[in-house]
Design a protein around this ligand. Structure first.
Ligand code: INI
Length: 156
């Protein structure tokens, strides 16, 4: 019986991060969390690339472009879709999540997902703070584990 598990050792992994500028102060905090998570698990800063796009709606096409380069072991997506007063929320949040899942399946690239979909700014702040519970950090550490478990499965 084979058991596959991915370690959280990020040494040597090349990581691409896609960030959306809409609600930038939240996304900056998610990025800080992601970079902290990568660094504390051994990913070298020189192995990390960051792409900025206007809003969450632009994340999938950018993520796909990075995925097909062959330059990355894993990707992380960071954004903040806040319901607030706008009906636009519905048209952005669902398609982005669905598209990222689709890109993973099409390309075989593991993609950490921290595109927040929340009701208000307070909820976004709660999920992007400097301590535990920063979704950017969680997505980055999960992306390391996924890169490693998929490598192990593919190598056997
Ligand atoms: N983009 C976000 O990242 N978050 C949002 O909350 C948001 N809302 O609510 O409108 C948002 N809209 C912009 C969208 O992602 C595109 O950038 C825009 O439609 C241009 O294509």
């Amino acid at each position: 019986m084979a058991t596959f598990e991915g370690s959280h050792d990020g040494k040597g992994l090349r990581v691409g991060i896609v960030c959306s500028r809409f609600n930038e102060f939240i996304v900056n905090a998610l990025l800080e969390g992601a970079l902290r998570g990568l660094a504390s698990h051994g990913v070298s800063e020189s192995d990390i690339d960051v792409a900025w796009v206007p809003g969450a709606y632009e994340i999938p096409i950018t993520t796909k472009a990075m995925a097909v380069t062959g330059r990355y072991d894993t990707l992380v997506t960071l954004g903040a879709v806040i319901r607030g007063e706008t009906a636009h929320f519905e048209y952005v949040a669902g398609p982005v999540a669905d598209s990222i899942a689709q890109i993973q399946l099409e390309t075989g690239m593991p993609i950490g997902f921290a595109v927040l979909t929340v009701e208000n700014v307070e909820q976004a702040v709660e999920r992007s703070g400097p301590g535990a519970g920063n979704k950017g950090e969680e997505a980055a550490v999960g992306a390391i584990e996924m890169a490693n478990v998929l490598k192990a499965i593919r190598k056997k």
